[in-house]
Design a protein around this ligand. Structure first.
Ligand code: 13P
Length: 246
């Protein structure tokens, strides 16, 4: 059983509409109960729902984040995009940057670095995603990939106190497969070793659900979880938090 502050971040990806708001009532109630332990809840809905989530969560301790942002710190002629200032302005305190689903669309480490810098300037906390693909894992390149992602992604960022690193192996996302505990422990240790000073908080993401959380929570160097599919069910999301603290 853990007794430390743990972060549970719901990444709704491109799911959810106004009807989904009702399902949050359960989570709001849970967030005010003792069962939450030292859990901190953060929801990252699609942009279209941030404002509605903010209104819903106004009187509770649940935070809101964006799922990505444009790299420009200023407003500008970028059709279809939203920058970190806009996220902050609408009530978000967090933003996910560098998710593999965005990297697959062509985002590279340099662009991610720029996004992180400007998100920090906008006073957002950054959930910086890193992780290797299956091919890279098979070629035993996990450590070199993570090293590069961290080195370039966090280039010239001195103050890392508002950065969370989410280790999300691409092969674990949406597949129902999670890394072996000993591998995960080793990789998280490796990520922490990349920081001379106090390392950022490290989250794990990839197929986290109410069943495997019992095993994942035993990995004591993890500071929380980034949860995709299971977070769309309030019941499953609450279950994950509860099981972390029992
Ligand atoms: P799943 O939990 O659906 O595997 O997604 C993980 C993820 O990508 C969270 O950012």
């Amino acid at each position: 059983m853990t007794n430390k502050y743990m972060y549970f971040i719901a990444n709704w990806k491109m799911f959810g509409d106004l009807k989904s708001l009702k399902s949050l009532d359960k989570v709001i109630k849970f967030s005010k109960s003792k069962n939450i332990g030292k859990g901190r809840l953060i929801y990252c809905p699609p942009y279209t729902l941030i404002s509605s989530f903010w209104k819903k969560f106004k009187n509770c301790q649940i935070d809101i984040g964006g799922q990505n942002c444009h790299e420009s710190e200023n407003y500008g002629p970028y059709t279809g995009f939203v920058n970190s200032r806009m996220l902050k302005n609408i009530g978000a305190n967090y933003v996910i940057i560098g998710h593999s689903e965005n990297r697959e669309q062509g985002e590279n480490d340099k662009l991610i670095n720029l996004k992180i810098k400007n998100a920090l300037k906008a006073k957002l906390k950054v959930i910086f995603c890193i992780g290797e693909t299956l091919v890279e894992k098979r070629k035993k390149k996990t450590q070199s990939i993570l090293t590069k992602q961290i080195k370039v992604g966090l280039y010239k960022i001195k103050n890392k106190s508002n950065i969370f690193i989410a280790y999300e192996p691409v092969w674990a996302i949406g597949t129902g497969i999670v890394p072996k505990s000993e591998d995960l422990l080793k990789t998280i240790k490796f990520i922490k070793s990349k920081f001379k000073d106090k390392p950022p908080k490290i989250l794990y993401g990839g197929s986290v659900n109410p069943h495997n959380i019992k095993i994942l929570k035993e990995i004591n160097n993890i500071d929380g979880f980034l949860i995709g599919g299971a977070s769309q069910s309030s019941k499953k999301f609450i279950d994950i938090v509860k099981k972390t603290y029992t």
